[in-house]
Write a protein that binds this ligand. Structure first.
Ligand SMILES: [Fe+2]
Ligand SMILES: [Fe+2]
Length: 392
């Protein structure tokens, strides 16, 4: 790609630093968030999305839009939208995924009719947003597989939307090439976690992949709201969310240690059985013994404390209020909310109003009031999470 004179320059040290950072992110959604944020920051772009490949389709996997964030309360719910595009040459993203060639378009509403792809303006219409210039780059792995595409929209120069430069293309291409390996690794991590969950699911059919995906996502959204209100730094929030989603997903893996006669008992557990059931918290915590990484530490903490109650009446240690770590308190609410709002083999789902009333009435008893308040703040987003990860 020719090197145009431009006010920006490719700072190698900065690029290497970013690549290094990507290698430390474990959770796939945190990784996509980080990649998109970096690409947009360099281009000073208003918006962007990442699509990941699933067989012959692209799945819309992450989105950021600064304009809509300011306009819409709970914009984050758009992150959980799920739609797919076939990989063919008719759409811009499909064309890039199919050919492996980047596309730099100065005005998506003035695309020449001689090219096979066209712009789909339905998102603009739906959200009252105007896409103008668009840069779409394939995410290609070292083995030449295309894992998806990254799309950056509306770069800005002195507050006005402008067009992408060659330096922008070079930067995002470099980032995309390095991101692909990290994306593959993070996808594998998510897959391994889901397999661990499937093992637990064999014992306890309540712990499904969809349930843990939802609990993981609810937890990071509730945490995000609490952390914003507490004025935590963006870096702390990003790092915590990266680990929190995975650790929250693993909250009940300790159930692999509980016998089927208890887990699958169709009637209420007697006192002795309930005592055995309670040991899943300690068994879960033991799985992460050694605590070598921050993720291990958080997973231990959540496995151990997700059944503690704010008023001290929970288990296994009867901890009270401030003594219960925040991640445990968040997962406690996320887990109960999901259990009530979903249909289970042994029960129908509760009506939403009843679920919300129950959570409100348990504020200060089962749940920490700060966590309940954040839950209600982001309730719209949590509903979008539910749609993203439906029960099969
Ligand atoms: Fe549990
Ligand atoms: Fe659960």
């Amino acid at each position: 790609m020719p090197y145009n004179k431009s006010p920006e320059c490719l700072d190698l040290e900065n690029l290497l630093g970013i690549t290094e950072e990507l290698n430390h992110i474990k959770d796939i959604d945190s990784l996509l968030d980080h990649i998109l944020h970096n690409a947009r920051q360099f281009c000073k772009a208003e918006a962007g999305s990442i699509f990941l490949r699933e067989k012959d389709h692209l799945v819309f996997s992450y989105v950021q839009n600064d304009v809509l964030v300011k306009r819409e309360k709970n914009y984050n719910k758009r992150i959980y939208d799920k739609f797919t595009i076939p990989i063919n040459r008719e759409s811009i993203a499909g064309y890039v995924a199919d050919t492996g060639k980047p596309l730099k378009i100065d005005d998506v509403y003035a695309i020449d009719s001689s090219v096979p792809y066209s712009f789909n303006g339905s998102f603009d219409e739906m959200s009252n947003y105007k896409t103008v210039s668009m840069l779409t780059i394939p995410l290609i792995t070292s083995r030449d597989n295309i894992t998806g595409v990254i799309q950056i929209i509306n770069p800005k120069l002195e507050n006005n939307v402008t067009v992408f430069t060659d330096i922008h293309c070079q930067y995002v291409t470099f980032l995309a090439n390095n991101a692909s390996v990290a994306i593959e690794r993070a996808q594998m991590t998510r897959e391994i976690i889901l397999r661990m969950i499937r093992m637990a699911e064999l014992r306890d059919p309540k712990e499904t992949g969809a349930h843990v995906n939802r609990v993981g996502a609810y937890s990071i959204e509730i945490y995000d709201r609490i952390a914003q209100k507490r004025g935590e730094s963006a870096e702390t929030i990003r790092r915590t969310k990266d680990h929190l989603r995975i650790a929250a997903m693993l909250h009940d893996v300790g159930k692999v240690a509980i016998s089927d006669t208890i887990l699958k008992k169709p009637a209420r557990l007697n006192e002795e059985e309930f005592k055995i059931m309670q040991t899943h918290c300690v068994s879960g915590a033991d799985l992460f013994e050694g605590n070598v990484s921050d993720l291990d530490k958080l997973s231990t903490q959540i496995a151990l404390t997700h059944h503690e109650k704010y008023d001290g009446s929970g288990y296994p240690n009867g901890l009270e209020g401030k003594l219960i770590p925040l991640p445990g308190k968040i997962v406690a609410l996320a887990d109960v909310y999901d259990a009530l709002i979903s249909k289970r083999v042994y029960k129908e789902e509760w009506p939403e109003e009843e679920v919300l009333n129950h959570i409100k009435s348990e504020s200060g008893k089962h749940f920490d009031p700060e966590v309940v308040e954040a839950f209600f703040d982001v309730h719209d987003i949590l509903k979008a999470v539910g749609k993203r990860y439906p029960d099969k």
